[in-house]
Design a protein around this ligand. Structure first.
Ligand code: DX5
Ligand code: ZN
Length: 216
């Protein structure tokens, strides 16, 4: 089982994104998690394509782009051009999800599908074969620094069961409220990739915080 940490730049100092990128480059985190918000799908606006392009130039690590925007299908080609490796869209935001996931793969990226806390795992039943990663939201999306929703642990196990039943090699990512105290349990429930914003960039020593999450 891989144990991948994807630090969320939403919690980084936006005035010094280059420093944040260098910190993650020097750490054991293998991915960069970039949260794109449109103020419509979620009640917050974060950053968009120019920031993704800029960070692409700052790292060779995996760019893991989490779209919290309505009609994400409109921007698949743009995020490919910006350098995304994984492009994750929300089940709740894409009417023709099957086509959207296919188009992400056709564009040459890995396709992720995200589930809000209220959305059952069964929502991905018919798209498991088109999915490279399932993102279980363990907070309601929109903001960093929220508390982990405890029932997400069982949800991760149910997602794992579904993927096994479908013979899918898709990764499971957990996003929201992850920290050194709950990381071990989340990995044990079946997660492969943990996103951490506040637990990394809010720490005195982000590199050590990443190390702690991996070794949790
Ligand atoms: C929330 C975002 C998360 C967020 C996580 O909508 O999808 O990626 O940055 O932040 P923490 O780890 O602080 O909960
Ligand atoms: Zn995210």
């Amino acid at each position: 089982m891989p144990r991948i940490i994807s630090p969320s730049f939403l919690s980084a100092d936006f005035l010094h994104l280059g420093d944040a990128a260098r910190t993650v480059n020097d750490s054991r985190a293998e991915w960069f998690h970039l949260d794109v918000m449109d103020g419509v799908f979620v009640p917050n606006i974060s950053f968009g394509l120019p920031v993704v392009s800029a960070l692409r130039k700052a790292t060779d690590k995996v760019l893991d782009v989490h779209l919290m925007i309505v009609q994400p299908e409109r921007y698949v080609a743009d995020f490919k051009a910006a350098g995304a490796d994984y492009l994750t869209v929300h089940v709740e935001a894409s009417t023709h999800l099957h086509r959207t996931l296919q188009s992400i793969r056709d564009a040459g990226m890995r396709a992720g599908v995200a589930l809000n806390p209220h959305t059952p795992v069964s929502a991905i039943e018919e798209v498991a074969a088109l999915t490279d990663m399932v993102l279980i939201m363990s907070v309601n999306p929109g903001f960093g620094g929220q508390r982990f929703i405890a029932s997400s642990l069982d949800k991760v196990s149910r997602a794992k069961d579904l993927l096994l039943r479908k013979n899918s090699p898709a990764l499971i990512q957990v996003d929201g409220g992850v920290n050194a105290d709950n990381a071990a349990q989340i990995f044990a429930a079946g997660a492969d990739v943990l996103v951490a914003g506040n637990a990394v960039f809010g720490a005195e020593d982000p590199v050590a915080a990443i190390q702690q999450l991996i070794e949790a």
